[in-house]
Design a protein around this ligand. Structure first.
Ligand SMILES: Nc1ncnc2c1ncn2[C@@H]1O[C@H](COP(=O)(O)OP(=O)(O)O)[C@@H](O)[C@H]1O
Ligand SMILES: [Mg+2]
Length: 253
């Protein structure tokens, strides 16, 4: 079942340290990891352990105190990095992704490629329609965000990131705010992306989804990576007591 892992490293994090002002403990403490091309990494851990901060560091939404992040071998955590450019290559979807309310689905999706990438309107429209079709939302292209369900909005948010042709996609609890019946449709889009070979880092509390999508699991606690493991091993025989306790709160089928 395990897919062959591409030996090429897309993202490398070395000894990342991040402390928010006014916080006594660091949000990230000596975090190091490698993400290979086409690999799906799932980050698990209790609330407040630093999962969101880690993802946000990967596309420059947080300032770090020390350590480094490399993308395709180049250090991006340094002066002069064009984060706008990096963010086109590293797409991110959040729990509450705000679409522009006064724009249709199609307009929301076409904005990035036209404005930031100076792509031709016709090409952007074609690309948008192909991606909307892929997530089952082509018939909603002229709808406004208020006319969509939460699950549909999240699928549009994913398309908005994908149309920039990112090499890496970050997902931070994208289903956490959804009604249960809409969770599946969003997870299925993510599974499809993983199958298509997209490199992904995913924070989720959907444990059975994590188990099915992940090539590798990172378990964090209090700003540190406590365990890094292959999914089957992690879910059946975690090697740390803290991971065991964490998994105990979930029910398995
Ligand atoms: N903007 C912020 N200012 C101050 N502290 C923050 C900020 N964002 C997160 N933190 C703190 O950093 C730690 C890690 O938070 P976070 O990365 O959001 O955790 P998680 O996503 O795992 O729940 C927590 O202690 C949180 O309170
Ligand atoms: Mg979080």
């Amino acid at each position: 079942m395990a897919k062959l892992i591409n030996p090429e490293i897309l993202l490398e994090i070395n000894h990342l340290y991040k402390r928010f002002e006014n916080m006594s403990a660091p949000a990230l403490n000596d975090v190091s990891l490698k993400l290979h091309k086409q690999e799906v990494l799932v980050v698990l851990g209790p609330s407040g352990c630093g999962k969101s901060t880690l993802l946000r560091c990967m596309n420059g939404l947080e300032h770090i105190q020390s350590g480094e992040i490399k993308l395709n071998g180049g250090i991006i955590t340094k002066e002069g990095t064009d984060w706008r450019e990096i963010r086109q290559n590293v797409g991110m979807v959040f729990q509450n992704y705000e679409l522009f309310p006064h724009m249709t689905v199609l307009e929301n999706v076409m904005l990035g490629p036209i404005r930031a990438q100076k792509r031709a309107k016709k090409e952007a429209k074609e690309a948008a329609e192909i991606l909307l079709e892929r997530v089952g939302l082509l018939e909603k292209k002229s709808a406004y965000p208020r006319q969509l369900s939460g699950g549909q909005k999240q699928r549009v948010a994913i398309v908005r990131a994908l149309i920039m042709r990112p090499e890496l996609m970050l997902f931070d609890e994208v289903t956490a705010a959804l009604d249960p019946e809409m969770v599946r449709e969003v997870l299925d889009v993510m599974l499809g992306l993983a199958k298509s070979g997209m490199t992904m880092a995913i924070v989720t509390h959907e444990i059975s989804f994590a188990r099915s999508v992940a090539d590798r699991i990172i378990f964090m606690d209090a700003g540190e990576i406590v365990e890094e493991n292959e999914p089957h091993q992690f879910f059946t025989q975690p090697s740390t007591e803290r991971a065991r306790k964490f998994l105990n709160i979930f029910e398995f089928d």
